[in-house]
Design a protein around this ligand. Structure first.
Ligand SMILES: Nc1nc2c([nH]c(=O)n2[C@@H]2O[C@H](COP(=O)(O)OP(=O)(O)OP(=O)(O)O)[C@@H](O)[C@H]2O)c(=O)[nH]1
Length: 140
């Protein structure tokens, strides 16, 4: 008899936004009530069926921050294994098209100088994103 174990893993695609404004970058602190409570992330969220990465991102940023963004540049995708699921983070450098923010999910936001980003306690996948962002800035 041939026995086999088939591991099924959920794969979640999460576009997220590195929003630049006046030389600063926006970081969002996750709510105390969510997974990875009070850790910092680039706003964004899970892709829904039939959405492009860009459509997901524009929708999520409207939902979470009530602003419109313009997407400037896609950065390299990074993958995080959370055991029972794999998170595919798809980062985009963006700028604001509207400026009045209203938070609906985050505990708080902060605008940081790019060189200060690593002072926060980021969710695990975001350190790769910050590294890619520094490479992007160095090549500008
Ligand atoms: N938006 C966003 N999510 C991130 C980042 N880094 C990272 O690991 N994630 C993970 O990707 C998932 C995005 O889910 P979400 O923002 O749509 O919703 P959620 O917290 O309710 O999800 P969850 O409860 O399933 O973890 C979360 O598990 C989050 O921890 C990031 O920079 N931005």
């Amino acid at each position: 008899m041939i026995e086999s174990i088939v591991a099924v893993k959920l794969v979640v695609r999460v576009p997220c936004a590195i929003i630049e404004h006046d030389g600063k970058v926006l970081a969002g602190q996750r709510s105390a009530a969510l997974s990875f409570p009070l850790q910092w992330e680039f706003p964004g969220g899970k892709q829904e069926e039939n959405e492009t990465d860009e459509e997901t991102l524009v929708r999520e940023i409207r939902e979470e921050l009530d602003v419109d963004i313009e997407i400037i540049q896609k950065l390299p995708v990074t993958t995080k294994d959370q055991g029972w699921r794999e998170i595919i983070l798809v980062p985009f450098v963006c700028k604001l098209r509207t400026f009045e923010m209203a938070l609906s999910e985050h505990e708080q936001i902060m605008w940081l100088d790019p060189q200060d980003l690593l002072s926060l306690n980021w969710t695990v996948g975001d350190l790769d994103i910050i590294k890619s962002y520094y490479t992007y800035l160095a090549g500008k």
